[in-house]
Design a protein around this ligand. Structure first.
Ligand code: ATP
Ligand code: MG
Length: 200
């Protein structure tokens, strides 16, 4: 009985290994991929910065452009700014949800995009993170066509990670890898404020 189960398990695992091996044998391509991390759950930006750590671990260089509303002291910014292989740009300063001044905010966003475009044109950067890019896109501050064209024109081996809630369909269509992080629970709703090392 026990032996039967062990034999069946072994056969199942052998079949599974054959399927995995065949898939791995097919996946031999190398090129830069476009990743989109979206959804309402926690874990998008921290996953993107995890990839920055991976890239650095392999001796590669990375660029980060943060499209955030204001200055927030985050652990990853403090850490990665100390790394020689990282170029870190905060491009959101000046965006305001309050003024609803579209010409001004579009101007700020376009100036920010010009810096992001420099990262996308730098062949020395193996990885470019465009953190919270979905916000200026959703608010109409940046043109999705421009953004997609600049991403398409990047060096062939450069990877790009875009984070933010509500990624537009055209961005999802253009991406190679897309994860939608689901919000199942968040401690904030139980009254726990942002914790250093976890939330910022
Ligand atoms: P992280 O930077 O932790 O990976 P994120 O990039 O997925 O989070 P954002 O929408 O950029 O999420 O929000 C960043 C901040 O908001 C973090 O402090 C995070 O813990 C918090 N946060 C993320 N998702 C939620 C949520 N569903 N409810 C409450 N707070 C959230
Ligand atoms: Mg984020």
């Amino acid at each position: 009985m026990e032996e039967d189960r062990a034999r069946r398990h072994r056969r199942r695992m052998q079949r599974k290994k054959a399927v995995v091996d065949a898939a791995m044998a097919r996946a031999t391509g190398d090129r830069g991929v476009l990743l989109v991390l979206t959804g309402n759950g926690k874990g998008k930006s921290s996953s993107a910065f995890g990839m920055v750590a991976r890239a650095l671990g392999h001796g590669l260089r990375a660029g980060v452009a943060q499209f955030i509303k204001g200055r927030q002291d985050t652990g990853e910014e403090a850490f990665f700014r100390r790394q020689p292989g990282v170029r870190w740009e905060v491009l959101g300063e000046g965006f305001t949800w309050e003024t609803q001044d579209l010409p001004r905010d579009s101007r700020t966003a376009r100036r920010g995009w010009a810096v992001a475009r420099e990262l996308l044109r730098d062949p020395g950067l193996a990885l470019v993170v465009l953190d919270e890019l979905t916000y200026p896109l959703r608010l109409g501050w940046l043109s999705l066509d421009t953004v997609l064209a600049d991403i398409a024109a990047r060096p062939r081996h450069q990877h790009v990670v875009i984070t933010g809630r509500g990624a537009p369909d055209a961005l999802i269509a253009a991406a190679d890898t897309v994860s939608r992080v689901e919000d199942v629970k968040h401690a904030f709703r139980a009254g726990i404020r942002a914790q250093p090392g976890v939330d910022r």
